[in-house]
Write a protein that binds this ligand. Structure first.
Ligand SMILES: *[C@@H]1O[C@H](CO)[C@@H](O)[C@H](O)[C@H]1NC(C)=O
Ligand SMILES: *[C@@H]1O[C@H](CO)[C@@H](O)[C@H](O)[C@H]1NC(C)=O
Ligand SMILES: *[C@@H]1O[C@H](CO)[C@@H](O)[C@H](O)[C@H]1NC(C)=O
Ligand SMILES: *[C@@H]1O[C@H](CO)[C@@H](O)[C@H](O)[C@H]1NC(C)=O
Ligand SMILES: *[C@@H]1O[C@H](CO)[C@@H](O)[C@H](O)[C@H]1NC(C)=O
Ligand SMILES: *[C@@H]1O[C@H](CO)[C@@H](O)[C@H](O)[C@H]1NC(C)=O
Ligand SMILES: *[C@@H]1O[C@H](CO)[C@@H](O)[C@H](O)[C@H]1NC(C)=O
Ligand SMILES: *[C@@H]1O[C@H](CO)[C@@H](O)[C@H](O)[C@H]1NC(C)=O
Ligand SMILES: *[C@@H]1O[C@H](CO)[C@@H](O)[C@H](O)[C@H]1NC(C)=O
Ligand SMILES: *[C@@H]1O[C@H](CO)[C@@H](O)[C@H](O)[C@H]1NC(C)=O
Ligand SMILES: *[C@@H]1O[C@H](CO)[C@@H](O)[C@H](O)[C@H]1NC(C)=O
Ligand SMILES: *[C@@H]1O[C@H](CO)[C@@H](O)[C@H](O)[C@H]1NC(C)=O
Length: 779
């Protein structure tokens, strides 16, 4: 058997084996728990397993006894699946989502799809009207009074079972939110009621007369600062299900109307209220909020959770200037919407109608799974035109219309705390009490890793008394390692997962132990036949080849490196040490002194050629050669020039002309030529080939300057001149006009100023006449 076929056979043997070693992510897992956390891997706990045939953790099951295979299949069971009920007179029988409870057993990164069906049902409606009753809302209250009956009429359009409730709020009765001067506390403004935090005037009820009475009886109040205690009131009306009278099986609508902003958690500090809001119901018998001055305002996140738990749809009916801030608030609260309220609330009915329609005709699926469980919704919303896409929302559903959701659930990783391996979470449509309960059990460990398991043995004899036997392998105590914990170490090892130590180079931890070519015993590799080295990294058949022979047949292969026989050197032992081949018979000098002898052949210096560099490359006047080759290149490459085709064929036969896309410049032995032809440039290069004939490489394209036509020059010039002319004319016209104006103004002024001929009012005659009073008498 020659060395080539030997190499081939070894390579063929290696292919299946080595490939599995490299690609199987299972093979690196050392414990059963780690193994089943890797998708598609399974563990073989057979104590008699022949580990050269079958890895403990693997994707293949060929050599493992069926009874010992530990595999967790992601599966799911529907625990409760009542059919959908959309039309019924008994509200408690309505079912909008199915199944109601599922149980999942899941492996990490192994996705599963469960199918949910949703159908909207006719639902009773609870509408709680929560109103800001600070002074500026007086007109709004008056409007509400007049609208009362219409509100009822409107809701009857949607459902026959309909309840109304009414509550109001001002702000905390404490400075700086409200004035605490006794007189102001009594009546902060004319005909005002004393301020309060939140008042539930009327529990949800179907008595519309009472609603109207309550609204008219409620008087506005007053406070000091601009934002109000709306969140306090919102929190109470959401969490006080009993006091407000929210029905479990109703669609809950809360209309929050105001014309100012709101205080948030932390604002309480201004009034010395530092206890945080506890999110619990604190209403007295009269429906007054008792903890208004004891607890701070709630935070938005806190409110969001309570709203989600109670499945309440909030409509913020606010005036235009407040819309922006309430839109931001609504983005943080599931199912909340913002409506634009006119100054006197005259459009409140339209807002309620719109909101109700939106809420009831759409479905928005949400979940409350922890972040290591990924839940993705897919649906086509049952429309025939749309494909299934990733979405959790469907709009414009009719009562009884079924929508199917594919819910893909993936466990991304096992949480560190085993108590988190069993999870219960909900998948629910926003604003509805109904939900799918998901019980999820993650497969993060094997049952044989528990001490209750029959084959779990601590300090087991098969683990040299220094390890725990479980799932067919030993988990060694600290300071011990090895398959049977037979090896001990002076330094403590990290957990029992590290069965093998130092069986691979530190810098390359990704490779299998002993590179898969041996077994690791107490940190020492026992290599299989043909392999050797500390980590079995060496063999004698994977050296470089030359002429399909290992080490060119002039050396032996040792650990991937050719050890050359005497007289040979190089990576592949293909270079003779002897320089005999570089010396011609007649010449004693190496490469005729015109080159170097490398790997047994001459590498000639410039200007020389030949086997022994004995021949000088004929020196021709380079510039004239360029010129004399020019007609040939021109006629052969471009079919132009002075030569006719017959002449071309005759004169240029000895030249090999290659047409190229680019000429590589400045190559050794080559000469670059450039000749002009008809304003174009012809580029080519010639060099001497081994047979000393001239070889030419010529660009197959002529480099010509861009052709400029008459128009390309003339048109822009004319245009520029025209523009300059127009600009000049415009300028001239403008200045002329300006001058004319100024001239006219000058004339006008001249006409108006006729003082020129009058005496200067400032002028005083230098002549003063003084009559001597005595003169006359004496004259
Ligand atoms: C394991 O299997 C290999 C290959 O089939 C065999 O050569 C070896 O003897 C077996 N070892 C044991 C302990 O059975
Ligand atoms: C789901 O998988 C678990 C564990 O793999 C198994 O015990 C259970 O029987 C399986 N259930 C179904 C319905 O296949
Ligand atoms: C409504 O259905 C629930 C549950 O099915 C039942 O307990 C209740 O008695 C029914 N009520 C009426 C009024 O039929
Ligand atoms: C789940 O269903 C969606 C939509 O049909 C699909 O894109 C996805 O690949 C499915 N996932 C699994 C694990 O089947
Ligand atoms: C509300 O104001 C509008 C004009 O802004 C007016 O037309 C309407 O009559 C008012 N409505 C009520 C109930 O006062
Ligand atoms: C509400 O205001 C009216 C006058 O507008 C007044 O007659 C009535 O007493 C006030 N009610 C309360 C409870 O203050
Ligand atoms: C509605 O409420 C009013 C006022 O509270 C009361 O007089 C009336 O009896 C109630 N009607 C019904 C049907 O309860
Ligand atoms: C998870 O629940 C199953 C039963 O549903 C139970 O056997 C198992 O011990 C639980 N696991 C954890 C980590 O609590
Ligand atoms: C456990 O290891 C210690 C050395 O660390 C050794 O002395 C002892 O004999 C081992 N136990 C058994 C049962 O081999
Ligand atoms: C080792 O494996 C890890 C993860 O598979 C990879 O990120 C890393 O680049 C690998 N290192 C080497 C030296 O191949
Ligand atoms: C072509 O080459 C031959 C011999 O190689 C030579 O005799 C002949 O003169 C050459 N012709 C031209 C035109 O250079
Ligand atoms: C070729 O060499 C000339 C002069 O030696 C130099 O100016 C030119 O840049 C070189 N061209 C390339 C492509 O290296």
């Amino acid at each position: 058997m020659d060395s080539l076929s030997f190499t081939l056979i070894v390579a063929l043997l290696c292919i299946p084996f080595c490939a599995v070693m490299k690609e199987d992510p299972c093979s690196l897992k050392q414990t059963c728990g780690a193994c089943i956390q890797e998708p598609k891997c399974f563990w073989c706990s057979d104590p008699l397993l022949n580990e050269t045939e079958q890895q403990r953790c693997s994707q293949r099951k060929d050599h493992c006894d069926k009874n010992y295979i530990i595999d967790q299949i992601t599966n799911y069971t529907e625990l409760r699946k009542k059919p959908l009920v959309s039309y019924t007179s008994n509200v408690s029988e309505v079912i909008q989502i199915t199944p109601q409870e599922v149980y999942l057993n899941m492996r990490v990164n192994d996705p599963i799809n469960i199918t949910l069906k949703y159908a909207r049902a006719e639902y009773p409606v609870d509408l709680y009207y929560l109103m800001d009753l600070s002074f500026s809302m007086k007109d709004d209250k008056d409007t509400l009074q007049t609208l009362g009956w219409n509100l009822e009429e409107l809701m009857r359009k949607f459902t026959s079972d309909f309840r109304l409730g009414f509550g109001s709020f001002v702000d905390k009765v404490s400075r700086p939110y409200t004035s605490t001067i006794p007189a102001k506390l009594e009546a902060p403004c004319k005909n005002c009621k004393s301020p309060y935090g939140f008042h539930n005037h009327m529990k949800l009820s179907d008595n519309v007369t009472q609603f109207l009475l309550e609204v008219s009886a409620a008087n506005v109040s007053g406070n000091v600062d601009e934002p109000e205690g709306g969140l306090d009131a919102l929190m109470q009306s959401v969490v006080c299900s009993e006091e407000i009278g929210w029905r479990r099986n109703a669609r809950k609508l809360l209309v929050f109307s105001t014309d100012t902003g709101f205080h948030i958690a932390g604002d309480g500090k201004l009034g010395g209220i530092i206890e945080p809001n506890d999110g619990k119901c604190h209403l007295d018998e009269g429906g007054m909020y008792t903890h208004s001055t004891l607890q701070d305002y709630p935070s938005i996140l806190h409110l969001k959770h309570r709203v989600r738990e109670n499945a309440i749809n909030i409509l913020f009916a606010v005036t235009k200037p407040q819309q922006e801030v309430y839109s931001l608030l609504s983005k943080n609260i599931d199912g909340a919407k913002v409506g634009h309220l006119t100054a006197n609330s005259s459009n409140i009915l339209e807002l309620v109608e719109e909101q109700y329609k939106k809420v009831s005709s759409s479905v928005d699926m949400q979940h409350d799974a922890p972040e290591y469980i990924q839940v993705t919704f897919y649906t086509s919303c049952q429309s025939s035109s749309e494909a299934v896409r990733q979405s959790n929302k469907c709009n414009e559903l009719k009562i009884g219309q079924e929508v199917e959701f594919q819910v893909e659930i993936v466990v991304r990783s096992c949480p560190a705390d085993p108590s988190d391996w069993n999870q219960t979470f909900r998948i629910f449509p926003v604003g509805s009490q109904e939900a799918v309960l998901v019980y999820l059990e993650m497969s993060c460990e094997c049952s044989c890793e528990h001490h209750e398991h029959s084959e779990y043995i601590e300090d087991a004899p098969q683990c040299s008394g220094n390890g725990t036997y479980m799932c067919g392998v030993c988990a060694c105590n600290s300071m011990h390692f090895g398959k049977k914990c037979q090896c001990s170490s002076s330094e403590p090892l990290s957990t029992g997962t590290e069965l093998h130590r130092d069986c691979k180079p530190r810098k390359d931890q990704n490779v299998s132990d002993c590179y898969g070519h041996g077994t690791c015993t107490c940190g020492v590799c026992q290599c299989t036949e043909m392999f050797y080295g500390k980590y079995c990294e060496c063999d004698d058949f994977s050296c470089k080849q030359e002429d399909s022979e290992l080490c060119a047949g002039h050396g032996s292969c040792k650990c991937g490196i050719c050890q050359c026989e005497a007289g040979w050197i190089g990576d592949t032992c293909s270079c003779p040490v002897s320089t005999e081949n570089c010396r011609s018979a007649e010449e004693s000098k190496l490469c005729s002194d015109h080159g170097r002898c490398i790997c047994g052949t001459c590498q000639c210096s410039e200007k020389y050629m030949g086997k022994y560099c004995e021949e000088q490359i004929p020196t021709v006047d380079q510039s004239t050669l360029c010129e004399s080759l020019f007609p040939c290149v021109l006629c052969q490459v471009h079919k132009r020039g002075s030569l006719t085709s017959e002449q071309c064929a005759e004169k240029c036969t000895n030249l090999t002309i290659k047409k190229v896309d680019a000429v590589e410049e400045n190559i050794t032995g080559g000469t670059d030529c450039e000749q002009d032809y008809d304003e174009c440039q012809l580029k080519y290069q010639y060099l001497y080939s081994e047979t000393s004939a001239i070889e030419i490489k010529a660009l197959h394209e002529l480099k010509c300057p861009i052709q400029m036509s008459y128009y390309t020059y003339a048109v822009p010039v004319v245009v520029v001149f025209i523009i300059i002319g127009v600009v000049l004319a415009l300028w001239k016209w403008l200045t002329l006009k300006k001058e004319k104006l100024e001239f006219r103004r000058f004339i006008n002024e001249q006409e108006m100023s006729n003082w020129g001929v009058d005496t200067n009012p400032l002028y005083k005659s230098p002549v003063s006449v003084y009559n001597n009073p005595t003169h006359d008498e004496f004259s």
